[in-house]
Design a protein around this ligand. Sequence first.
Ligand code: ADP
Ligand code: ASP
Ligand code: MG
Length: 438
Amino acid sequence: MSNIKVVKFGGSSLADANQFRKVAAIIKSDENRRFVVASAPGKRFSADVKITDMLYACYEKAAKGEAFDKDFDAIEKRYNSIISELKVDISLEKEYENIKDAFAHRAGRDFAASRGEYLNSRVLAAFLGYDFIDPAGYIKFGEDGSFDLETTLSLLSPKLKSIENAVIPGFYGSMPNDTIKTFSRGGSDVTGSIVARAVDAELYENWTDVSGFLICDPRIVDNPKTITTITYKELRELAYMGATVLHEDAIFPVRAAGIPINIKNTNHPEDRGTMIVSESADISKYVITGIAGKKGFSVINIEKDMMNSELGFGRNVLRALEKNGISFEHMPSGIDTMSVLVNTDSLRDKEKSVLDEITYRVHPDHMEIENNLALIAIVGRGMRKARGTAGKIFSALAEAKVNVKMIDQGSSELNIIVGINEEDFEDAVKALYNAFVK
Ligand code: ADP
Ligand code: ASP
Ligand code: MG
């Protein structure tokens, strides 16, 4: 392991000239912060629009053959104001022309979105006096579109070994035929993790606009407490359920090499933030580590007498989903009932076909689809040892008059998931936070 720190700055950390100044001060205050991964400029205030979203909208027009000059002007303005305010010795005019030309020639949605981090990293590299490395040549996806870690490391590691300091745009890489491909939204976190792995970093610092991973979403509970230490596994559970501080796939590249991640606040660099580690010796002050949840689930309730003794019943139900290209989230069951929870979006326009297929395969006595459900995950390595956690969850929700429609405890005893009506979501999160943390 080296003493190198890889630092990734999110969109709000690089949203304007003032944020750029903070970022530069953070980087320059520690000479081990040698490799910087940058996002596209994010929101400067809550009603603002992220550059990535502006690029998607702009490209949509371009792809339809509509005029998009005005939309692109607004994008140029954001970068130009950063450049002029900071007096950075760089001009992006030529880049803008190339990008507009590529848009007009339908260069692809991923290419369009990737230009946000590309341009921002050009500016940041010039501002810091660092090299610029285009990930198109180093971060590679396979033929099937999945990220190829092995090829990536074989290209990126030797390149970075030969360089002292560099800025690398987040969010994208390229396909075997060299067209640009992005990760899913929030994917600069993944790039940071890949770069950390490629240089065998001592630490991957992920700088954002909150002082670490909070016990629950700050948009639901005011000022939730910060999680000081969290394991990769706990984090994945929370990230998957909507705590999107860190992209859920950002764990894999660093986990294999045991590189810890530190979530830090660009606006309060003195705060310790959250450490994400493989195993944690210290027990959280509370039984739980975090709470996260998502709306937009549906449940298919299936009833049939004696289904428990019918061989292959579950498999046949899942087969019916598989045939429709739907994956399931949870599947609690009783003696004569089975419920399959799925993402509502994945079921759209397929309800009839799914129900017909299930009927054909297992002939249920009764079946219905219920929509507008939310799931909440209560996650914590401390739950294994504690008694009465489920009881505490139920009573907190009952007191808040929230009807629990489903409960599912993972076999690792790391999480308990409850299904509730969407309209109860915010109340339920608040009630759970108060029960365990306050
Ligand atoms: P960046 O642009 O730096 O990548 P993101 O917007 O992707 O930042 O992630 C940070 C945001 O995640 C916070 O501003 C906060 O609103 C939101 N968030 C949701 N759940 C949590 C949580 N449990 N802890 C902290 N932040 C959370
Ligand atoms: N700019 C991209 C997005 O908005 C990637 C990122 O910020 O991580 O999703
Ligand atoms: Mg993010």
